[in-house]
Design a protein around this ligand. Structure first.
Ligand code: HEM
Length: 486
C-alpha cells in the first residue's frame, strides 16, 4: 500500500500542469466555504490567496487558483488537504444536484458499480457544454469478495481525495450504502499515452438498510455478492427452473402466440429477474445493408487491420476503402488515453472510445478542415477474433458539422447524434444567455457596492456640514423648517 505523508501531499498540491478548469469548480468551492464557515472566512481566504470574488460557471480559470484556495484553506482551518478535499467532494455532489444535474446523476447506474462505470460517459456528455474540459477518467473492477477497485486517472495531481467524497455521498444517497475507500496504489500510468496520475482505490461497502429495503431504491444489486447466500442460491435455482421450462416448451412446435403467452405466464412475471436472449442461427443481413445501416462502424483484427467499415466513415476517411490497412495509420485514440494496441483496447473495453482522424492521412485538399472525432463502444467478437467499433461522429453543433463538410444525412436516421447536435446547438445558445446573465449580475453587484460607498460618503458629508437632527431629517426625506442656529 502506498500512502503518502501529510507533508508530501501538501507539496503535491502544487505539482500540476499548466491546466485550466471551469468556474463551476471554484464557484462550488466558494459556496462550500461561505455555507460552512461564513462570508468572512471566504473574504479572508480570497484576500490571502489574491483571487477574485466571483467566478463564471462557463469560463475557465487557471488550476493554480483552485489549488491555492485549497492549500490556503488547509492552513487557515488547520486541516489536512485530504480532509478538505473529501469535504469538497461531498459538497460537490450536492452542488451538482442543486445545479440541475440531480436526475442525470440519479439515473447514471442502477448500482454503484454501474454508476462508476458510467462516470466517463457523464463527463464526456458534459464536455459538449464544457468544451475545454479536461475531465478525469475512471475505471472499475469487481473483486470476488464484493469489493471493487476504482481506478482514477487525472492530469491534475493532488486532487484524488475529492473522489471518495463524491463517491461516498453518491453511494449513500442513491444506493443506501456506506462505503470506505482507501488508496492501494498510486503510480504514473504507463498504459496511457499521457503521463497521468493513476490512483487505485479499494472500495468496500457496508449496507445501511437491509437487503430487501435497499432493493426498493435500486433496480439491481450493488454487486453480485450482495444479499444472503441462501437468497442468492434460491434466486439462481428459481431462474434455472424457469429457463428450463421455457426451453422445454419452446423446443416443441408451438404457435407464435403460445410462445409469447408461455413466456409471459411462466414464473408469473418472476422471469423478469433474468433474461436469456434468442439468437438466429445465421445472420439475416447482407454486408451492404449492414454497412449502410451502421454507416459509422469499423471492424478490425488483433493486428489492427481493418476488415470492414460503414459507408459514411469510408466517405470521410477514404483510406478505409482499402481493406487491410492498419487502423492506427488513420486514427489516434483521444480517449481513454491509451496506446493504440489491441491489448490496451481490450483492457479499457468498457470505456467510451474517442478516435480522431490523422491530418497527414487526409487528401491534400481536406487538410485545412478540422479533423473528425468518432465516439463509440468496442465489442470483442471472440468467434472471429475481431473488434467491432460501433461509433458516431462526435459533433457538438451544426457549425462543426459544416466545418467538416458533412451533412445530417451522413448520420443514420436511427442515430440519436442527429438530435444531440440540434439539441446541443440550442443548449449552447442557452448557456450563452446564462453567461451574459451571470456577467450582468456581477456588474450589478459591483455597481451596488460602489453605490453603497458613495452613499456612505454623502452621508458623512451631510453630518459634517449640518447639525445631526437636520441631517437625520434630510436623510429620511423630510422637509426641514428654517430656524436660527446660535
Ligand atoms: C453532473 C455532475 C457533474 C458535473 C456538472 C461535473 C463537472 C465537472 C467539471 C466542470 C470539472 C472541471 C474539469 C475541467 O474544467 O477541466 C470536473 C472535474 C472533476 N470531476 Fe466532475 N462533474 C460531475 C460529476 C462528477 C462525479 C459524479 C464525479 C465522481 C467522482 C466527478 C469527479 C470529478 C473530479 C475528481 C474532478 C476534478 C478534476 C480532476 O480530477 O482532474 N464529477 N467535473
Amino acid at each position: 500500500m502506498l500512502l503518502m505523508s501529510k507533508r508530501r501531499r501538501r507539496v503535491n498540491l502544487f505539482r500540476f500542469r499548466r491546466e485550466k478548469n471551469y468556474g463551476f469548480i471554484n464557484t462550488c468551492l466558494k459556496s462550500l466555504v461561505v455555507e460552512k464557515y461564513g462570508e468572512e472566512i471566504w473574504e479572508n481566504l480570497r484576500i490571502q490567496t489574491g483571487v477574485q470574488d466571483t467566478f463564471f460557471t462557463f469560463e475557465v480559470y487557471k488550476d493554480e487558483i483552485t489549488m491555492q484556495l485549497i492549500d490556503t484553506a488547509c492552513q487557515m482551518l488547520d486541516v489536512s488537504p485530504d480532509m478538505v478535499l473529501k469535504q469538497f467532494g461531498e459538497y460537490f455532489f450536492e452542488f451538482c444536484k442543486q445545479s440541475g444535474y440531480d436526475h442525470m446523476l440519479r439515473t447514471l447506474g442502477g448500482n454503484l458499480y454501474e454508476f462508476i462505470e458510467n462516470l466517463d460517459a457523464l463527463h464526456s456528455y458534459l464536455s459538449l457544454s464544457y468544451q475545454k474540459m479536461n475531465a478525469p477518467s475512471f475505471r472499475v473492477e469487481k473483486n470476488e469478495d464484493g469489493s471493487m477497485y476504482l481506478h482514477y486517472y487525472s492530469d491534475r495531481r493532488g486532487l484524488c481525495h475529492i473522489v471518495p467524497g463524491i463517491i461516498g455521498a453518491a453511494a449513500l444517497d442513491f444506493f443506501n450504502t456506506e462505503i470506505s475507500m482507501e488508496i492501494v496504489n498510486q503510480t504514473e500510468e504507463e498504459e496511457r499515452t499521457g503521463k497521468k496520475e493513476h490512483i487505485v482505490f479499494l472500495v468496500t461497502q457496508k449496507p445501511v438498510f437491509s437487503y430487501k429495503r435497499r432493493n426498493k431504491f435500486s433496480s439491481s444489486h450493488f454487486l453480485p455478492n450482495s444479499g444472503s447466500q441462501a437468497e442468492r442460491r434460491l434466486n439462481k435455482e428459481e431462474l434455472e427452473r424457469t429457463m428450463n421450462k421455457i426451453r422445454d416448451k419452446t423446443s416443441a412446435k408451438r404457435s407464435h402466440w403460445e410462445t409469447i403467452r408461455g413466456i409471459v405466464t411462466i414464473g408469473k412475471g418472476r422471469l423478469l429477474k433474468g433474461f436469456d436472449p434468442v439468437y438466429p442461427r445465421t445472420l439475416w443481413i447482407d454486408p451492404k445493408t449492414f454497412c449502410i445501416g451502421l454507416p459509422f462502424h469499423i471492424i478490425f483484427d488483433e493486428h489492427l487491420r481493418v476488415k470492414q467499415a460503414g459507408v459514411s466513415i469510408q466517405k470521410i476517411v477514404p483510406g478505409l476503402q482499402i481493406l487491410g490497412i492498419r487502423l492506427n495509420q488513420y486514427f489516434t485514440i483521444v480517449r481513454p488515453e491509451v496506446k493504440f494496441t489491441i491489448s490496451s483496447v481490450q483492457r479499457f473495453i468498457n470505456s467510451q472510445f474517442v478516435f480522431r482522424t490523422k491530418r497527414e492521412m487526409m487528401p491534400d485538399s481536406w487538410k485545412q478542415r478540422p479533423m473528425l472525432e468518432l465516439r463509440g463502444q468496442m465489442i470483442w467478437m471472440e468467434s472471429v477474433q475481431c473488434m467491432l467499433y460501433l461509433c458516431s461522429p462526435l459533433l457538438r453543433t451544426l457549425h462543426e458539422l459544416e466545418e467538416r463538410h458533412m451533412h445530417i444525412s451522413d448520420i443514420a436516421p436511427h442515430d440519436v447524434t442527429r438530435d444531440l447536435i440540434l439539441l446541443n446547438q440550442q443548449r449552447l445558445a442557452e448557456m450563452e444567455l446564462s453567461n451574459q446573465l451571470e456577467r450582468k449580475k456581477e456588474e450589478l453587484r459591483i455597481l451596488s457596492k460602489h453605490l453603497e460607498e458613495e452613499r456612505k460618503k454623502t452621508e458623512a458629508l451631510l453630518y459634517a456640514m449640518l447639525p445631526k437632527h437636520v441631517a437625520n431629517q434630510l436623510k429620511e426625506g423630510k422637509r426641514v423648517e428654517a430656524f436660527k442656529h446660535k
